[in-house]
Design a binder for this molecule. Structure first.
Ligand SMILES: N[C@@H](CCC(=O)N[C@@H](CS)C(=O)NCC(=O)O)C(=O)O
Length: 390
């Protein structure tokens, strides 16, 4: 096999087209104008360099031209932002910045069960597509049948996630109803604005691209649903993968965030759903983390936060139960979600004076006061691709 040599200055995104989190990192690098290429796992460098450095088998991993490796899409964004401040991808006004990080966390975490549901509960309707996509993870050759067979192991692995994500025949109707509500609210907003915070993309959009592109906007069944019920959301997924900031559709809108740190009513409607739908899970995860801490003999700084003590992409501390939209929900706890939520909440907690008052009023109007009052019983950090105690 001939391995392509990379031009100098080029970043590498170890990636696949149908990966949820790669969709977020890809859109970010495109909009940020970072020169990058994408390489797939069959390339020998994936295991030898990227997985070896990340210490977990995961997609995506960013490799810098200097040979550093960064895993976790939020860490990737933070790393690149620290290196290149322009073009701006994070609002610098206080309320918008807190809202942007909150939506970034919500998109990256909350919608994972829905994305996985629409991929795997409708598997028979989209089997050929999924086989082709998962084939690309393990096979790079001309034999189509071999490609379609080769991803089977990964398909079995990922489709097995549904019960741990709370997706069961009992919860599916409520999950689908809540998703329809969210699609509708986003569709109304994106009729008027190209991005969540106005004329310029932000971390809010990248977080939402995680579930909304690879699964919900690309797999045949959910993409059909998105196109037929929320076409503005589908159009936004296309826009998010183009390097231009402005879009000819919105020709009179400047390439800036909403003026005066405003959050328009159509985005408030989205936030109301964020708090209503995400709140019960966050509170249950918080309780589970507190209980786990109490049962650990000597919880020390740097200890891996995972029931089996292993470094995992999606660690768990056991099952959580909570009432959710009239359903009793049972799923595996997700402490990584708490890490993500808390980084966003920290921006809100850091607000002062008039900005603090405006954010509190916004949380009150959108039913988010309880959610925004949730506190980690102990800090969480990421170290070497593991979630650890601070
Ligand atoms: N928090 C990570 C999650 C990455 C992730 O879940 N990637 C999936 C593919 S989209 C994966 O490789 N999962 C492997 C696994 O769960 O074992 C990120 O933001 O990068």
């Amino acid at each position: 096999m001939t391995i392509q040599q990379k031009p100098p200055g080029l970043f590498t995104l170890w990636s696949v087209a149908h990966s949820l989190y790669a969709g977020k990192a890809r859109a970010y690098l495109i909009k940020k104008g970072v020169p990058f290429r994408e390489l797939y796992p069959p390339h020998p460098g994936y295991r030898a360099r990227a997985v070896a450095a990340a210490k977990v088998e995961v997609i995506p991993i960013l490799e810098t031209p200097e040979g550093e490796f960064i895993q976790d899409t939020t860490d990737i964004i933070e790393f690149v932002e620290a290196r290149f401040s322009e073009p701006q991808m994070i609002p610098d006004t206080p309320v918008q910045r807190a809202v942007a990080w909150l939506l970034e966390a919500f998109g990256s975490e909350y919608l994972l069960p829905l994305a996985m549901h629409y991929r795997w509960s409708y598997r028979t309707e989209q089997e050929t597509f999924l086989r082709a996509e998962f084939g690309r993870v393990t096979y790079a050759g001309p034999d189509r049948e071999a490609a379609r067979q080769s991803g089977q192991r990964y398909m079995d692995y990922f489709s097995g996630f549904l019960p741990a994500l709370g997706v069961t025949p009992e919860t599916i109707p409520a999950l689908e109803t809540s998703y329809a509500e969210l699609l509708n609210a986003l569709d109304v907003h994106l009729q008027r604005f190209p991005y969540l915070l106005g004329g310029r993309p932000s971390v809010a959009d990248f977080g939402l691209m995680a579930p909304m592109f690879a699964h919900l906007g690309r797999d045949p069944v959910p993409a059909g649903l998105m196109k037929t019920t929320a076409p503005n959301v589908f159009r936004w997924t296309e826009r998010m993968n183009r390097s231009q900031i402005s879009d000819g559709e919105f020709f009179d809108l400047p390439e800036t965030y909403f003026p005066n740190d405003e959050i328009p009513p159509s985005l408030e409607a989205v936030l109301a759903l964020v708090f209503k739908d995400w709140g019960p899970e966050l509170a249950a995860n918080m309780d589970r983390f507190s209980t786990w801490l109490k049962t650990e003999p000597r919880p020390s700084a740097g200890q891996i936060v995972s029931r089996d003590g292993l470094r995992r992409v999606h660690p768990s501390l056991g099952w959580i139960h909570y009432d959710w939209n009239g359903q009793s929900m049972r799923r595996a706890s997700a402490p990584h979600t708490l890490w993500h939520f808390d980084r966003a909440a920290d921006h809100a907690r850091g607000l002062e004076g008039e900005a603090k008052r405006r954010f509190s009023a916004l949380a009150r109007r959108t039913g988010g006061e309880l959610v925004m009052s949730l506190r980690l019983p102990r800090p969480l950090k990421r170290e070497d691709s593991a979630l650890v105690l601070g």
